[in-house]
Design a protein around this ligand. Structure first.
Ligand code: TRP
Length: 338
């Protein structure tokens, strides 16, 4: 039997996941989970790059992300694991750190954006270097495919460069080149109509939000700047709310478009209807999420099983890496008496 190819992807546990994650990457993961051997990393250490002072919320956030994962329909049989509990990843990060120049890290556009968003002027070594740690996350599992949001592309590119350097310098094909895969809506603009949907900007709709909260957030959305009065015809192509219709309820768009252009539909009722559609869209996810959230022991168990498996796989890769780098020292292992 031919082995399945492997996926590795994941998220920082900075809080609950939202619709931006869904259309950017989670839908891809759900779609591909039967065809690939899937590893999902909850990158708690990476969260410390720019959320260091929130370290005390890691455990709760990891639980929330797991509920989101299982809620959107990722099956518990996949390998879910916590980054910090696989120490081989820290070890591999150390080895890779010699293969990447400072200048290269300083050019990473996503790192630059994040520093700007969080107002980081003096960057820590770990923050600047996290793309190297992300390469270790991917390569410890020799993943073939990396389903991610568009902002993660530079990190996969960095990973591919590390593969080439490592294999060349240590003269062994230890690693394969991973391929990125971006979702159907690479960047979902948040409910403010201006910025990428994100928790820190509070322009998001989370799976964990109630239908009422979702409606409130939709009703606050901007619509068509050019339409001053209810009786004026609207311009769907220039309306931010209309974009959400086309993403989350495409079959309704011809009707919405007609009614908007003929001014038979007002913006407020349009948004009320959109909220209903969106809540319908999320019903199943929220129910499943709630079922898992009410069984914490089960959720932690799924994560424990996955983390054990991740360690076994990462340890195999690390043995190969040390061997290629001539740092396995079999003499010392034998003298240790074990
Ligand atoms: N950088 C990702 C995020 O911000 C999380 C992440 C950590 C990741 N390691 C990864 C994603 C490996 C894909 C592959 O959400």
């Amino acid at each position: 039997m031919q082995h399945k190819k492997r996926i590795l992807t994941g998220d920082r546990p900075t809080g609950q996941l939202h619709l931006g994650h869904y259309v950017g990457t989670l839908k891809n993961r759900v779609r591909l989970q039967d065809d690939y051997d899937c590893f999902f990393i909850i990158a708690d250490l990476q969260m410390l790059t720019d959320h260091l002072e929130e370290y005390a919320s890691i455990e709760g956030n990891v639980f929330e992300v797991m509920c989101d994962y299982l809620g959107v329909g990722l099956r518990p049989e996949n390998t879910f694991f916590v980054q910090s509990q696989v120490p081989e990843l820290a070890e591999l990060t150390m080895y890779f750190s010699f293969l990447v120049t400072l200048a290269r890290l300083q050019r990473n556009p996503t790192v630059k954006d994040e520093a700007k968003t969080y107002g980081v002027t003096s960057m820590s070594y770990g923050f600047l270097g996290y793309p190297v740690s992300q390469a270790a996350d991917i390569l410890a599992f020799k993943a073939d495919l990396i389903p991610i949001g568009q902002d993660q592309l530079p990190h996969v590119e960095q990973t591919r460069e590390i593969v080439r350097s490592f294999n060349r310098i240590f003269d062994k094909e230890v690693f394969v080149l991973p391929q990125p895969l971006v979702g159907e809506v690479p960047i979902l603009v948040g409910t403010d109509g201006d910025n990428k949907m994100s928790k820190s900007l509070d322009n998001f709709i989370a799976f964990a939000h109630s239908p009422q909260e979702t409606e409130r957030r939709i009703l606050n959305m901007v619509t068509d700047h050019k339409r001053a009065y209810r009786k004026d015809p609207g311009h769907p192509d220039e309306c931010f709310t209309f974009r959400y219709w086309s993403i989350f309820s495409p079959s309704d768009t011809p009707l919405v478009c007609r009614e908007c252009e003929s001014a038979t539909r007002g913006c407020k009722e349009c948004k009320t209807q959109l909220a209903i559609k969106l809540n319908d869209y999320l019903v199943e996810i929220r129910e499943r999420r709630q079922q898992y959230a009410s069984q914490p022991d089960l959720v932690w168990d799924i994560l424990a099983t996955g983390t054990r498996r991740a360690r076994v796989v990462a340890a195999e890769t690390l043995a190969e890496v040390r061997e290629a780098m001539k740092i396995s020292f079999p003499q010392l292992l034998m003298k240790g008496g074990k």
